[in-house]
Design a protein. Structure first.
Ligand SMILES: Cc1ncc(COP(=O)(O)O)c(C=O)c1O
Length: 462
């Protein structure tokens, strides 16, 4: 613990106070076992699932509730808080165009705040997955987040394609836990004539692997006629990205993880500017899309004419007027990120925290370099790639031995033991625990406590 205290002194969590960290009392946990009071914060290492609430969010939402109460529909054009810099609802999402692009490495015109992750992925595939009789395959991964898989699978159905033929699902080599970049490149090369789309996660939700997005995107584009899209659910706000410079075609993400915008928060999309310039599509003067009035020319939006003139840039992909409450929740969180120094400052602190976590885990007597074959004493291995360039904040632990009876299973017992003592991590059945220190609010003491209690948990079931 002494080292953790020293590290916290050297690299303090300067913005921890900007967040509501759940307490033993608020979580309904018994604090005596953990030698903490009801008011002590728990050790929240689950920002990869749902980020903590910024304290400023409550006020940001409250201001919009007041606007609704006081001026109702007029707030779309004449917000009561205009004098204090608040935006009328008609343009409520536009201030975010200053805050989001630097997080994903985009031009302002390439980013829009809208919808939710899966619905945006589906919408973007309508525009970007245009299979022909010869070029129709989608390259994805075998262990993709199920929502993504369902989207890919049903795109095949929409285009009358057999998913078994159209989907190329990459798997890690036997006895390896994550995909090798060279294997991805080879799969692209082997299938280049039939590939229409590559859609991978920036960071894999289960293993925490950060794909070499630049290399994969650039290689695919050399092969001609292949579109590259990324699901950035676990990458946005976690690692620095360069979507514009890498030439990524499209990307989408959610905002409730490392962006701390709240459960089910409004999501975001990236569309490279080369796809949104007028005349970029041969048949029409714009890329076909799932369209709606909010993507239409702002000045003529309320003329209610049957002419769709999309706004140039990613904003032209918006369909509906956005939820104001959602947008300001995201704004308040992005302001905290900006104040912290942006994504590079976050990544710097994130590496320190996660490297410390890795170090402590590897020192544990329960740590194994790889999962043993057959029956073994309780222990764990780390699924996440060891090198910094291949991972973000999260480390994924595979616990063993696995038992089909939950009461006897190592992961279930460890997870419960940790949870009861206020170590909030997340479980992925059947046997994985994911731990993700968030650089905005986690401390080195959080990391120390998590590994200490993990060891204690494993000790208790020997
Ligand atoms: C990688 C990935 N893709 C898709 C989703 C689904 O997100 P949503 O429910 O916001 O559409 C998630 C949710 O956690 C995810 O982690």
């Amino acid at each position: 613990m002494e080292r953790a205290l020293k590290l916290d002194h050297q690299y303090p969590a300067t913005h921890r106070d900007a967040f509501c960290i759940p307490t033993y009392g608020s979580m309904g946990l018994r604090s005596d076992g953990a030698k903490a009071s009801d008011y002590s914060p728990v050790t929240y290492l689950c920002g990869n699932s749902l980020g903590c609430m910024p304290k400023s969010t409550r006020n940001a939402i409250s201001q919009e509730l007041d606007a609704w109460a006081d001026r109702a529909v007029e707030s779309h054009f004449r917000h009561r808080g205009e004098q204090q810099g608040l935006t009328s609802w008609m343009d409520i999402d536009l201030p975010l165009s200053n805050l989001l692009p630097s997080l994903v490495g985009a031009l302002e015109s390439e980013v829009a705040v809208m919808g939710s992750l899966t619905s945006n992925l589906n919408a973007l595939m309508v525009s970007f997955y245009r299979p022909t009789s010869t070029k129709f395959k989608i390259l994805c991964e075998k262990g993709a987040f199920p929502s993504d898989f369902y989207a890919f699978y049903n795109q095949c159905a929409i285009h009358n394609l057999d998913p078994d033929e159209a989907l190329i699902r990459l798997e890690a080599r036997e006895s390896e836990t994550f995909l090798r970049t060279d294997d991805i490149i080879k799969a692209i090369s082997d299938n280049k004539d039939e590939l229409a789309l590559i859609c991978l996660p920036g960071i894999q939700y289960y293993t925490g692997q950060w794909f070499d997005m630049e290399k994969i995107t650039k290689f695919a584009h050399q092969c001609k006629g292949i579109v590259v899209g990324w699901d950035l659910a676990h990458a946005v706000g976690n690692v620095p990205l360069g979507l514009h410079d890498w030439g990524v075609d499209f990307a989408c993400w959610c905002s409730y993880k490392y962006l701390n915008a709240g459960p089910g928060a409004i999501a975001g999309i990236f569309v490279h500017e080369r796809h949104t310039q007028v005349g970029s599509s041969e048949k029409q003067s714009y890329l076909p899309r799932l369209a709606g009035w909010w993507g239409n020319n702002r000045e003529r939006r309320f003329q209610m004419k049957e002419i769709f003139e999309p706004i140039s840039g990613a904003l032209g992909f918006r369909q509906s007027n956005p939820s104001v409450i959602d947008v300001v929740a995201l704004r308040s969180s992005l302001e905290v990120i900006k104040d912290f120094g942006g994504i590079n400052a976050m990544r710097e602190r994130s590496l320190l925290l996660t490297n410390y976590l890795m170090e402590l885990l590897m020192e544990s007597r329960f740590y194994h370099k790889s999962a043993p074959n057959g029956v073994s004493a309780p222990g764990f291995t780390i699924l996440t790639p060891p090198e910094e360039k291949d991972r973000g904040a999260q480390l994924s632990l595979l616990l063993f031995p696995h038992h089909s009876d939950r009461k006897l299973d190592t992961m279930e017992r460890v997870f419960e033991y940790m949870n009861e003592r206020g170590i909030i991590v997340d479980e992925r059945r059947p046997n994985v625990i994911r731990i993700a220190p968030a650089p905005l609010y986690n401390t080195f003491q959080d990391v120390f406590r998590a590994v200490d209690i993990l060891d204690e948990a494993l000790e208790s079931i020997i």
